[in-house]
Design a protein around this ligand. Structure first.
Ligand code: AHR
Length: 512
């Protein structure tokens, strides 16, 4: 029996155009470029590559980034930022220092830095999300960086930027106050009290230089951290008035063959988001404040973190300090893509409070896009759910009445087999994103759409495969692609569609 011929089970959705969760913030479709592995070097930047432009940017990678629909890119880290001297990366490239980069045990050449990133962001059509180093550095360096980037001119830092060819200020609006400061692995790791006080003071000083900023305080680097919950509460007790967002980071992987738990990863993401919202609102209540701190889910993905040198061969010995080695080059299969789709559904369903998010990362490092030095660029399986969500997930997320069979998981309890989010676009088109978590049986979904009036044609694409481990690689870059599917139809205001086992589905219904 193939996964396509078992008897389907039934699930039901009911929707109404007047019942919305929120309008999706375009910042929800962000990604992340860290100085890690080959994300920057031979990823987005490779001056020697045949497709490189005048800035050394790979135009083949840029084309895929635009196709992916990324709106926002966080830079330059990640763990990297907590030991970074941003001044090393500006000015004439030959004069820039090579430095030991302890977070990932490499040598950083600084051939790519802030000004190159600004040009990349402009060409990719994305908003930069900058991170400041609150690990080895602090308030003063954050202010210097902000002055370099955003002050028009007439001061040492702003004139330095102008002398580097950027006459106009960059006007970066969105800034992360450090990275994962709750993690003992983080360079300059701090207690919640220390970090909260530093984040608040840095935020206040940065706003004196440029009041028009959106600032993100570090939340927990995973829901499994022992300080989860108390960290957010303590940090916000210090920084509530100064910041706009608190961050969440989460990575998931299939472990010990437990695909059922892996497919339910979004249940953990839901609990994570809801726990942080409750904590932030608790701090608001204590202050009798109407202000709402939103969530920047600025690192999320599937990551086989238990194999950090994935596909890069052996980890080098402690004495080796390579330049841009192959690190975290996870190859994603169909199951991973379905989980990424499900995590996107979770983010969309919390669009009232998750108003920024970054798929970590963008190129080569746990990424939807891969490149080969001197060679081609291609799309991983995870590229497709992200691209479809970024393209069609714009407008209002609708509330869902969802009835679905459930299944039991070892890690996440009992979860529905159907996972879905529905977005009503500004163009009136209704997009249903749906995941069938059943690994062997199709799911027949009916959706009651009578409240939407007359409905027009239906488009349906599906990402599924008889081999759930199928992946795209250098030699087979298009092994897995979404395919147009038949079998979704609307009659009498009711949609019926049969979702294949273990699948990511996008159903678009026009209003007549
Ligand atoms: O994205 C990879 C790493 O994961 C980042 O550098 C760090 O912030 C997180 O732990």
């Amino acid at each position: 029996m193939t996964i396509f011929d078992a008897a389907p089970r039934d699930a039901k959705l009911t929707l109404h155009p007047d019942f919305a969760v929120a309008t999706v913030d375009p910042r929800l479709f962000g990604s992340f470029v860290e100085h890690l592995g080959r994300c920057v070097y031979t990823g987005i930047f490779e001056p020697e590559h045949p497709t490189a432009d005048e800035d050394g940017l790979r135009t083949d990678a840029l084309a895929l980034i635009r196709e992916l629909g990324v709106t926002l890119v966080r830079y330059p880290g990640g763990n990297f930022v907590s030991g970074y001297r941003w001044e090393d990366g500006v000015g004439p490239a030959p004069a820039r220092p090579r430095r030991l980069e302890p977070a990932w045990h490499t040598v950083e050449t600084n051939r790519f830095g802030l000004d190159e990133f600004a040009r990349f962001a402009e060409k990719a059509g994305v908003e930069p999300m900058m991170a400041v180093n609150l690990g080895t550095r602090g308030l003063q360096e954050a202010c210097d960086l902000l002055e370099y980037a955003n002050h028009p001119g007439g001061t040492a830092w702003s004139e330095l930027r102008r002398s580097h060819g950027a006459d106009k200020p960059y006007g970066f609006r969105l800034w992360c106050l450090g990275n994962e400061m709750d993690g003992p692995w983080q360079i300059g790791h701090k207690s919640a009290e220390e970090y909260g006080a530093l984040a608040a003071a840095t935020a206040r000083a940065m706003r004196l230089i440029d009041p028009d900023l959106s600032l993100v305080a570090c939340g927990s680097s995973s829901r499994g951290m022992p300080t989860f919950g108390s960290w957010e509460a303590a940090v916000l007790d210090h920084a509530f008035d100064e910041v706009d967002y608190i961050s969440c980071h989460a990575y998931y992987e299939e472990q010990d063959g437990d695909v059922d738990s892996f497919l339910a990863s979004a249940a953990d993401m839901d609990s994570f988001i809801e726990g942080v919202v409750a904590t932030a609102d608790h701090v608001a209540a204590k202050r009798r404040s109407a202000k709402r701190i939103n969530i920047s889910f600025d690192e999320w993905n599937v990551w086989y973190a238990s194999r950090p040198w994935n596909n890069g061969g052996e980890a080098p010995g402690a004495e080796a300090w390579p330049v841009a080695p192959r690190q975290l080059e996870d190859v994603y299969n169909v199951t991973d893509a379905v989980v990424v789709g499900s995590l996107l559904i979770s983010l969309l369903r919390h669009a009232d409070r998750v108003t920024a998010a970054c798929l970590a990362q963008l190129v080569n490092v746990i990424a939807p896009i891969m490149t080969e030095p001197g060679g081609p660029a291609w799309r991983q399986t995870t590229f497709y759910p992200f691209a479809e969500a970024a393209r069609y997930g714009r407008g209002q997320v609708l509330q869902l009445q969802l009835e679905s069979p459930t299944y039991d998981t070892a890690k996440h309890g009992t979860v529905p087999l159907l996972h879905s989010a529905v977005v009503l676009g500004e163009d009136g088109v209704l997009t249903i994103f749906a995941v069938n978590r059943d690994t062997s049986v199709p799911l027949r979904v009916t959706a009651d759409l009578r409240a939407f009036g007359a409905l027009g044609p239906v488009e349906y694409t599906v990402l599924a495969d008889a081999d759930r481990l199928a992946a795209n690689t250098l030699t087979q870059p298009d092994r897995v692609v979404p395919r147009a599917a038949a079998g979704a139809r609307v009659e009498g205001g009711q949609l019926t569609v049969e979702l294949p086992a273990l699948s990511w589905n996008t159903i678009r219904i026009s209003r007549a």
